[in-house]
Design a binder for this molecule. Structure first.
Ligand SMILES: *Cc1c(COP(=O)(O)O)cnc(C)c1O
Length: 397
């Protein structure tokens, strides 16, 4: 059957592909340590699950408003207000089936053919694809590990053209874990204003920060910046609720209502029960979140420390999220069993085949010098995985 042009150009999600490959090896009896997953390994907190169960029993199992129920929108509004002191109205909130779906709808309602969208690299894998699906041109803004994967104001100005419509921000970042300080955000905001840009600010890791760093939301910078920004967040990462599929956008009411209309003609509402669960996540006890973050911080400290002891690996210490993104380019040109390593995919295959450790090649995030290791897995697995990486590297080099 003849597929559409769009379908032929679509890339499968790289992170999901690696996770699937590792699962397949495991199913075949090969013991693989999976560092590929982009989701917390913790269970969804009890209070959230119990709240959802109540609504199953109460029969809250029918269609809801396409853009989300009012009670959930109110709990989102209260969370943003408590966290950042910024006030939204229900008509400025859209709830979708995960932040990925929210971003998809957002690009669909903002982008016309030829519009340029600036995406700092390393980037989350779906941004360029979603922009392309919407007919836009992703403009990649490269950063370097020496600058903690952050772009300078000058670099940003250099890629702006009359066609630039949107700047995508994602901090703390997936895959680098790097975040912006308030002073850096203010500098970015000046350029945003001067060039009349819209900012899509994906702050899904806003709670997962270490060393006592406090997150500044882009919408906190000023009233004018709030008006230019669509804030994106969700429950997947903070509340360990990836399977429930709830994300939201906050911002301009015309954009929000267009996103709801699009859902009304495609997915309809996000799952009714999940919306109730998300309501409890945002409004209920936040203690479990603190526990999970403390555990992530211990793992981050361990994994960075151990990786930096391994010959040839250069690992920056991330501020947040649950990934490290070490530079492995010192292995390029080296050989094992007559196979030469020339890029991040080669190195990923080397780790999978020789060490039985699954990571994601950095090229998928726009940086071929790096690999992404997720530490959203048990400390036992982290110890074993890092040991295997060290062993196999010292075996060959
Ligand atoms: C995980 C992730 C998302 C998507 O999360 P959902 O599960 O769809 O809510 C969006 N952006 C970034 C940067 C992510 O890491």
């Amino acid at each position: 059957m003849e597929l559409s042009k769009l379908a032929k150009e679509l890339k499968p999600s790289a992170t999901l592909a690696i996770t699937a490959k590792a699962k397949e090896m495991k199913a075949n009896g090969i013991d693989v340590i999976g560092f590929g997953a982009g989701e917390p390994d913790f269970d969804t907190p009890e209070n959230i699950k119990n709240y959802a169960k109540r609504f199953i029993d109460n029969g809250f199992t029918k269609y809801t408003a396409a853009g989300g129920i009012l009670e959930l929108k109110e709990s989102i509004i209260n969370r943003i207000s408590d966290d950042y002191g910024v006030i939204y109205e229900p008509k400025e909130i859209f709830v979708g089936s995960g932040a990925k779906h929210v971003l998809y709808n957002l690009f669909q309602v903002l982008i016309d053919k030829g519009d340029e969208v600036i995406i700092p690299s390393p980037y989350w894998v779906s941004y360029p694809e979603q922009v392309r699906i919407a007919g836009g041109s992703p403009i990649v803004l490269n950063t370097s590990q020496d600058n903690n994967f952050k772009f300078s104001p000058e670099q940003l100005e250099n890629v702006i053209t009359p066609k630039t419509k949107i700047l995508v921000l994602n901090y703390p970042s997936n895959p680098t874990g790097s975040t912006f300080t308030e002073a850096e955000l203010i500098k970015i905001s000046e350029i945003v204003k001067k060039n009349n840009l819209i900012v899509v600010s994906d702050e899904i890791y806003d709670k997962i920060l270490y060393d006592g760093i406090k997150h500044t939301s882009f919408v906190q910078i000023s009233d004018e910046i709030k008006k230019r920004t669509i804030l994106v967040n969700g429950v997947s990462k903070t509340y360990s609720m990836t399977g429930w599929r709830i994300g939201y956008a906050a911002g301009n009411s015309d954009v929000i209502s267009a996103m709801s209309n699009l859902s009304g003609q495609s997915t309809s509402n996000p799952t009714s029960i999940s919306q109730k669960a998300a309501q409890e996540a945002f409004s209920g006890d936040q203690n479990e979140v603190i526990k999970m973050i403390n555990e992530f911080e211990l793992r981050r400290n361990y994994i960075c420390n151990e990786l930096n002891k391994i010959y040839g690996i250069k690992c920056s210490i991330p501020d947040g999220a649950f990934y490290v993104f070490p530079d492995i380019s010192s292995f390029f040109g080296k050989k094992y069993k007559d196979i030469e390593i020339n890029n991040s995919v080669d190195f990923t295959s080397f780790l999978l085949n020789e060490a039985r450790v699954a990571v994601v090649p950095g090229i998928e995030f726009g940086s071929d010098k790096n690999i992404r290791i997720s530490y959203a897995t048990s400390i036992v697995d982290i110890r074993e995985g890092v040991k295997r990486i060290g062993d196999v590297i010292s075996k060959y080099w």
